[in-house]
Design a binder for this molecule. Sequence first.
Ligand code: SF4
Length: 359
Amino acid sequence: MPIINNYDVKLENVLEALRERNASKILVQSPLGLRSVALKVGEILREEGFEVVFSSSNCWGGCDVAYTEANNANVDYILHLGHSRFLKRDKFPTAYIECRYANPAPVKSLIDKVVDAITGLKRVGVGASVQWLDFIPEVAELLKSRGVEPVTAEPDLFSVYNAQVLGCDVSALKKIEDYVDGFLVLGSVFHGLGVAVSTRKTVVAADPHSQQVKNLEQHREKILRQRFMQITAFKQSEKVGVLVSVKPGQMRLGIAKRLNKALNESGKKSFIVTADEITVSTIMENSFDGFVNTACPRLSLEDQATFGKPVLLPVEALVSVGYVDWVDVVEGGYLMYPWGWSSREIGEKIWRKLVQIPL
Ligand code: SF4
């Protein structure tokens, strides 16, 4: 198992699978932060007799597998680095190498700061992005030794491992919300913030790379205030685009069609707009006054300041047309995913309304 740049790159099983399938041409796909790891993996594959093509497109998550590129490049396998499987089934033979961090030192060195940040919390839900998952047992033991009870759970949505957190899937933590006093997320502020906007409880993000430990309460309140301002601005929009991503794990055409219908019925001129990458130019150069984003929910949360026009999440669009109450969204913590995983009762209510909109 090679350790490359401190990442455990589990290649052996993949090499075996590639040989079993008589694969000879491999597309290596990776997020920008792992391109040097990808290059080394490509070199190893070539030494092992495979022909290698690198995808240089952005790769934002396990939702973003390069099926079309693989078809066009005429390869016979995709090797996707840096993410766990997101889609239940692949449309093209794909192997995932998660590249978990191999060295526990940057996690252990955070524990004093973490214990300070969670002072007063007795029971803490612990989650991590996939790179840090292997160290959860160690963190749990360290927390216990300081008198804190760690709690983990299985996810329900797109994550696949106990305690795993994705930018768009915090179900492993959300489901234990009533049982714990707060949450600790090992990973970046990005991962912690997904949890923070989905709960009213304390959320602390501990980033082993930057050695920063942050309570995200102020960050959460700022984001929620900004989202409400965007809903208010969107209400003034006359022409709106409902964005549908063509990325395999981000495409939600059914929801987009229902939102489009609800918006048209509310008096707006609404159209479906497809895109691969949703960027500032996607937003600014299309002449719509506002957008609804049915693709990655983090685009609306992270990039809104650069967009210059409101880019609402589906549930925010429903708030704008009076289907849903904003206070329920905030209190129920279902800003990113309104279809019932966080508050079944409210989720079912929204979902029923959406399903009842004939297409
Ligand atoms: S947060 Fe966005 S980019 Fe990341 S896995 Fe989810 S949909 Fe994909």
